[in-house]
Design a protein around this ligand. Structure first.
Ligand code: ADQ
Length: 493
């Protein structure tokens, strides 16, 4: 039996019972923005929201997050709260307000110019800036105050998300020990050798060890974390039980591979809107006699987009018989555009697309069609359904949800997934064509293999991949964490 939204809701009701359930993340689940037709509420396309929204709906708790929409303040009450989902409220969203300086130092600076490159081993040098670190600490304190204000003197389960809030659990527990906290780290944890260059490594590790439960996507990241702690802090580590004990507290470190809502994606992908989009796309780009490839990414230097384009270049050069017969859609959502490395990446991708198209295009045909925008779910699913192959070529990735979304959308069992070995997803999705994205020749061969794969083999591989994602879906992820969390006992008094 696989987990469903309903069975997860039952679990939450049984385990969380009358305790308050608080989730905390940098990104909020509902964003309000001003538009020409007044205030608009949108749901950011993020696996995190999909995972946590049903949990929050089931237990009616509070979600604390940065209020980043320009109309967020206008709709929040005097305690910075709003009931969501707006059409049928089931839980509260408590917004934390950040100044421009705090956004720069905490979000762009320490989170995304220090921790992000530090944890992804892609040879992008992290920037450790004392001022950013000071602001990161201050913002973690702001989040802690908002959480403490929400809890009051109630017993609460607190579920913290990601690398933006590494210090949060300790800060909360210093003021209110009657809480149980879990934190999920959505990006990889590097080896101790890599992590030790962080000037504040002790504080970060100590902050994370404030949690009762600490989750990573895969066992390998858990092991890296334990070894980093072992080399850095005075503590007792039980490798067998995967726990760290320090200063009277114990943290269980456990893998929980995140996933997607397999059933919902499948239903949407089979729906009329997606089918109409597929027809539109096919007509617009003249795809009826073409092999179609797709890449879907936040435009980030960890996703291996340049390597993918170079592999396509190599493929067309080595196998000219495919010129005019293969179209690759690169769908890219701009991200963190105020950071220099991201600006450089955007320019590099533009140049490569332009160069490759110039080299091979003829008549109406271009090898690469680059759509640099945030797409709504229907066109995104339509591209994925049309694709004969999908390329996920991350240089390093905690999990990678695109791979699982592609599999879930393959309702007709068609399509080959080319997947980087350096994603967390590669540990589960072994029926994909696994590649090393740095090895451009081998990568180009995998593109050829995907296109030429006999239909029967493609269907067989996809069927196995679908079974895995259906079983290990997003509700399974959330249920695993909540079940572990509920085993801890609240402090007395
Ligand atoms: P991300 O690095 O953001 O997540 P990923 O898991 O691939 O990476 O999720 C990206 C999401 O954005 C997907 O849901 C995808 O569909 C969506 N997306 C990408 N391009 C888009 C576009 N052009 N338009 C609309 N939507 C688009 C981090 C970690 C990952 C981990 C997740 C969840 O880096 O390793 O899998 O968190 O834990």
């Amino acid at each position: 039996m696989s987990w469903t939204k309903e069975s997860l809701q039952e679990l939450v009701k049984a385990k969380v019972a009358d305790r308050l359930f608080v989730s905390v993340s940098n990104r909020e689940p509902y964003i309000h923005t001003f538009s020409n037709d007044g205030i608009r509420c949108s749901v950011p396309a993020s696996g995190l929201t999909v995972a946590l929204d049903p949990v929050m709906r089931a237990c009616g708790g509070v979600w604390v997050a940065w209020g980043s929409g320009d109309a967020d303040r206008a709709v929040a009450d005097e305690r910075s709260r709003i009931e969501v989902p707006p059409e049928a409220p089931q839980y509260s969203l408590r917004r934390v307000w950040l100044t421009k300086e705090e956004e720069d130092g905490y979000y762009l600076g320490f989170s995304n110019e220090a921790l992000w490159p530090l944890c992804h081993v892609v040879y992008a040098r992290p920037t450790f800036n004392q001022a950013d670190w000071d602001i990161y600490k201050r913002v973690n304190q702001l989040f802690a105050e908002a959480v403490l204000d929400e809890i009051g003197d109630r017993e609460a389960f607190i579920f913290i998300q990601d690398y933006h809030l590494a210090l949060l659990s300790r800060l909360i527990k210093a003021k209110n020990p009657k809480v149980i906290t879990a934190q999920f780290w959505h990006i990889p944890w590097p080896s101790a050798e890599i992590f030790r260059i962080c000037p504040w490594q002790e504080e970060i590790l100590d902050g994370l060890l404030g949690n009762d439960l600490l989750g990573f996507h895969v066992a390998y990241h858990c092991r890296n974390f334990l070894e980093t702690v072992d080399r850095t802090l005075e503590c007792k580590i039980d490798y067998e039980g995967s726990t760290v004990s320090r200063g009277g507290g114990t943290t269980l470190v456990h893998p929980f591979p995140i996933s997607v809502d397999f059933e919902r994606i499948g239903q949407d992908a089979a729906g009329g809107e997606v089918i109409r989009e597929m027809q539109n796309i096919q007509r617009r780009w003249g795809l009826s006699d073409k092999f179609v490839g797709v890449g879907v990414d936040r435009l980030d230097y960890t996703k291996g987009i340049s390597e993918r384009l170079k592999a396509l270049d190599k493929f067309f050069a080595k196998y000219p018989e495919y010129q005019g017969r293969v179209v690759f859609f690169q769908l890219g959502e701009p991200s963190r555009i105020h950071i220099k490395k991201y600006k450089e990446l955007n320019a590099e991708v533009d140049d490569l697309v332009e160069e490759i198209n110039w080299k091979y295009q003829s008549g109406n045909w271009k090898p690469i069609i680059y759509v640099r925008e945030h797409l709504s779910p229907a066109p995104l699913l339509a591209f994925q359904r049309l694709a004969d192959f999908c390329v996920v070529s991350s240089l390093h990735d905690g999990m990678n949800l695109v791979a699982k979304e592609f599999i879930s959308s393959s309702v007709d069992g068609k399509g080959v997934l080319i997947l980087s070995r350096f994603t967390g997803a590669a540990r589960e999705l072994t029926d994909a064509l696994l590649i090393n994205p740095y090895a451009i020749d081998e990568f180009a061969e995998a593109i050829k293999e995907a296109i030429e794969m006999p239909e029967e083999e493609g269907q067989r591989r996809m069927a196995r991949l679908r079974e895995i994602v259906q079983q290990n879906n997003i509700y399974c992820w959330a249920a695993g964490i909540i079940s572990e969390l509920a085993k801890f006992e609240f402090a007395k008094g």
